[in-house]
Design a protein around this ligand. Structure first.
Ligand code: CMP
Length: 138
């Protein structure tokens, strides 16, 4: 089934100058970039984006980290895009991530795991609505 999903290259990925390398992983896997931009996230966006983490002790530091530089946000389209993007990124903790995943290859720890990816169809729909307008879709 053709799906759309969202990936963010987080501030730690921006600071490592690996934007091209990260995007390459998805394009090489056959996923199509159908929207892409740099965005300065705000607390208002993050309150909705990470609503399921709002009560966690790490939410304030996660928010601060996510607003510390602009992020690169892109939308991917393809057959099974949500699971494919999930697998290309790897699990949240780079220490648990298999070799060849973005988080294993470039991540340091949970707060510095380089990328965010939608973890379900519901999350993808929410995240697309938060960051992209229909006019931005190629
Ligand atoms: P992400 O996929 O963006 O979803 C929520 C983020 O919170 C996650 O990646 C991590 O960067 C961060 N995170 C999750 N768990 C922890 C934790 N225990 N401590 C610090 N940060 C975390």
């Amino acid at each position: 089934m053709t799906e759309r999903t969202v990936v963010l290259i987080k501030p730690d990925g921006i600071e490592k100058h690996i934007i091209g390398k990260v995007i390459d992983r998805f394009e090489t896997a056959g996923l199509k970039v159908v929207a892409l931009k740099m965005v300065q996230l705000t607390q208002a966006i993050l309150d909705v984006w990470y609503a399921h983490h709002k009560d966690k002790p790490f939410f304030p530091s996660l928010s601060e980290q996510m607003m510390s530089t602009p992020v690169v946000a892109f939308m991917l389209e393809g057959d099974g895009a949500i699971q494919k993007a999930f697998d290309i990124c790897g699990p949240t903790d780079p220490a648990d991530a298999p070799a060849g995943t973005i988080r294993k290859d470039f991540g340091v720890d949970k707060p510095h795991n380089v990328v965010h990816r939608s973890d379900s169809a519901e999350a993808a729909a929410k995240e697309i609505g938060l960051l992209f307008t229909p006019e931005e879709l190629y």
